[in-house]
Design a protein around this ligand. Structure first.
Ligand code: SME
Length: 159
């Protein structure tokens, strides 16, 4: 059983992470671990980042099983959501045309874009072994987290 956390506690922890450090890798790693620790009934959580040269979405920090490293534009749930610049909730991934199965246990999924200076720079992807796992208030919490990440994105650096 995971530790329960209130949404405001998750956001407060995320704010502490984001205000204390500007390394993108470190911050995304800690936020993936935070969500992995506190979101119940999920089997994978992590980030896909825009590779500007190819337009592909490339695997970033995550918590879960090893995952597909590269997703082409408009492919899978990730490519669809990020290409459309919109949160995409898939209640049954087995019925989603083109779903990319990284973990066979996944049954539902949500992908939320992270937007910085009007560009979708990355996405947050969460998978669950339960059908229809993702609804408010969890989706709203994840969207708020992604808004805050987008706001800080320009101040982050990789090295
Ligand atoms: N299922 C995703 C691929 C990423 S994994 O879930 C980690 C998709 O269809 O794009």
């Amino acid at each position: 059983m995971k530790e329960a956390a209130r949404p405001e506690d998750v956001l407060a922890f995320a704010d502490a992470v984001l205000s204390g450090e500007t390394n993108l890798n470190a911050n995304l790693a800690n936020i993936a671990a935070l969500l992995g620790q506190f979101l119940p009934r999920i089997n994978w959580v992590g980030f896909y980042l825009l590779e500007r040269a190819s337009g592909d979405w490339v695997l970033g920090p995550f918590a879960g099983k090893p995952a597909c490293t590269r997703i082409a534009p408009q492919r899978g749930v990730v490519g669809a959501a990020l290409g459309d610049r919109q949160t995409l909730v898939v209640d049954n991934v087995l019925e989603f045309p083109g779903h990319i199965a990284c973990d066979d246990a996944s049954r539902s999924e949500v992908v939320i874009p992270i937007i910085s200076q009007d560009v979708v720079v990355a996405g947050l992807d969460v998978d669950s072994p339960e059908f229809s796992r993702f609804a408010a208030p969890d989706v709203e919490l994840l969207e708020e987290l992604c808004r805050r990440l987008g706001t800080h994105w320009q101040s982050f650096h990789w090295y």
